[in-house]
Structure formats: structure tokens, C-alpha cells
Design a protein around this ligand. Structure first.
Ligand code: FAD
Ligand code: ZN
Length: 225
């Protein structure tokens, strides 16, 4: 109770498996007394591209645009555009951020990648050497919850897609851990389109059960040996 959860949700269809996984999280966590905020990226028509218009006011170097430098300075001076500032406020307040998405090309959908590109700005989320364990969001937890087209067998060591740990590495280590997040075990829903309705119900029940106990979970080590 009293904990704050932010769900970054990227699916176009509310009746999708992703929509159901998101709704389950909202229900279970709210029942616990957590305050839950959802950023429904497609519904918000969240802008995915990192562009000059993300900075309001004057640029440091109008002759040679450098997105990283300009957003770092704009963050410092309070000159970031409104949608970025709003997302940063939600992240700032959250104890746990859940990313709910369908796997697109071994990664997250562009709209969610764009959220990371635009929101997790230097000075806000990281500021070298404040990265990884020293990242600026180090008091927060992150959890990737995603669905796949491929089956669990395809994502095994012997499978055609290879061990799922390889695609988790850039997402969990390169993105989340870089910003300091402590990582909870990913929730991977394999091939929801190709399993039975009953199996999908079981998956949602087990996600709900996991969430009942989520605050007792220990972070994982996302840096493989
Ligand atoms: P949906 O089709 O929305 O849902 C599956 C089924 O669950 C539906 O029948 C729905 O009715 C049902 N359902 C929803 N809610 C409930 C409920 N409460 N109870 C019971 N049933 C329910 N896959 C890979 O493996 N690797 C890739 O690299 C990859 N790249 C992709 C790239 C692109 C551009 C695209 C479009 C897809 C890609 N995919 C890939 C496939 C994609 O990951 C899957 O299609 C997606 O994860 C399926 O999830 P969904 O929520 O969209 O499924
Ligand atoms: Zn790591």
C-alpha cells in the first residue's frame, strides 16, 4: 500500500492480450492500495521521434543540432516540451515502472522506444558517471512485461530465435539498468495468439498472482557473466 506504479503501455487494441495484461496489473495493484498511472502511448499519440521541437526556447548551438546536448540543457533550464516533462514527473513519482508491450523485431515498438529516447534524458535519468548502479533512477524498480509471436521453444538455446536472454540484454541492461533501475524478472507471455483461450486465462491468473507479491521480489542481475 502507498506505493506508486507507472505502466508504460504500448498496444493499439484494448482487447489485445497486452491490453488484458495491463488491465490485470491495474486491477491487482489498485486493490493493494497502490496508486497506478498508465501512459497509454498510442491513445496519447505519443510522439516517438527525438526532434528539435522537444526543446522550447533557444538552442545552445543552433548551427549544429545535437539532441543529447540540447535536451540535457533544456532539462536543466526547464525548457523541455510539455509531454516529456509530464512523463518525467510520472517516472519521478513511481516506485515501479512496468513496460507492457508486444515484441516488435526483438525489441519494443517504436512508440515505446521513442518514449525512452525522449523521456530518459541526461541529467534526469543518467549523467555519466552516474549510470548503471549509480544511475539517477536507482531507487526505482523496472519490469518488462511483453508478449511474443514466437513460442517458448523458439526462444530457447536450441530454438531458431535463440535464447531470450540476448534480446533482454539491450532492454534490461543497456536501457533500464543504465538509468539505475533495479530489474525485476521479466514477465514473458509467449505466443498468446497460438495458445488456447484457457491457457491465456491461466497466464493472466499467474500474472495476477505474481503481482500480489511483487513488493517482496528481489531484483535480478541483468549483467550476464
Ligand atoms: P492479440 O492478438 O491481441 O491477443 C492474442 C489473443 O488473446 C487474442 O485472440 C485475444 O482475443 C486474446 N485475449 C485478449 N485478452 C484475453 C483475455 N482476457 N482472456 C483470454 N484471451 C484474451 N514476434 C516475435 O516473436 N519476435 C519478433 O521479433 C516480432 N516482431 C514483430 C514485429 C512487428 C512489426 C509485429 C506487428 C509483430 C511482431 N511479432 C514478433 C509478433 C508480436 O510480438 C505478437 O503478434 C504479439 O506479441 C501478440 O500479442 P498481442 O497482445 O498483440 O496479441
Ligand atoms: Zn545490468
Amino acid at each position: 500500500a502507498g506505493k506508486k506504479v507507472l505502466i508504460i503501455y504500448a498496444h493499439q487494441e484494448p482487447r489485445s492480450m497486452n491490453g488484458s495484461l495491463k488491465n490485470t496489473a491495474v486491477e491487482v495493484l489498485s486493490e493493494q492500495g497502490c496508486s497506478v498511472t498508465v501512459s497509454d502511448l498510442y491513445a496519447m499519440q505519443f510522439k516517438a521521434t527525438a526532434t528539435r521541437s522537444d526543446i522550447t526556447g533557444n538552442l545552445c548551438n543552433p548551427k549544429h543540432f545535437n539532441y543529447g546536448v540540447e535536451t540535457r540543457e533544456a532539462f536543466r533550464s526547464g525548457n523541455l516540451c510539455k509531454d516529456i516533462a509530464e512523463e518525467q514527473k510520472k517516472v519521478q513519482e513511481a516506485n515501479l515502472v512496468i513496460f507492457q508491450f508486444p515484441l516488435y523485431w526483438f525489441s519494443m515498438p517504436a512508440i515505446m522506444k521513442g518514449w525512452l529516447d525522449r523521456v530518459l534524458i541526461q541529467g534526469f535519468a543518467h549523467n555519466y558517471p552516474q549510470c548503471y548502479d549509480a544511475g539517477l533512477l536507482k531507487d526505482k524498480l523496472a519490469l518488462l512485461s511483453f508478449t511474443t509471436g514466437g513460442t517458448e521453444e523458439m526462444f530457447s538455446k536450441e530454438g531458431d530465435s535463440g535464447d531470450v536472454k540476448y534480446l533482454l540484454w539491450p532492454l534490461q541492461h543497456g536501457m533500464m539498468h543504465y538509468c539505475g533501475f533495479k530489474i525485476l524478472t521479466p514477465e514473458i507471455t509467449f505466443a498468446p495468439e497460438y495458445v488456447t483461450e484457457n491457457r491465456r486465462k491461466e497466464v493472466l491468473t499467474s500474472w495476477a498472482q505474481r503481482l500480489q507479491n511483487i513488493w517482496n521480489e528481489k531484483p535480478i542481475i541483468c549483467t550476464p557473466p
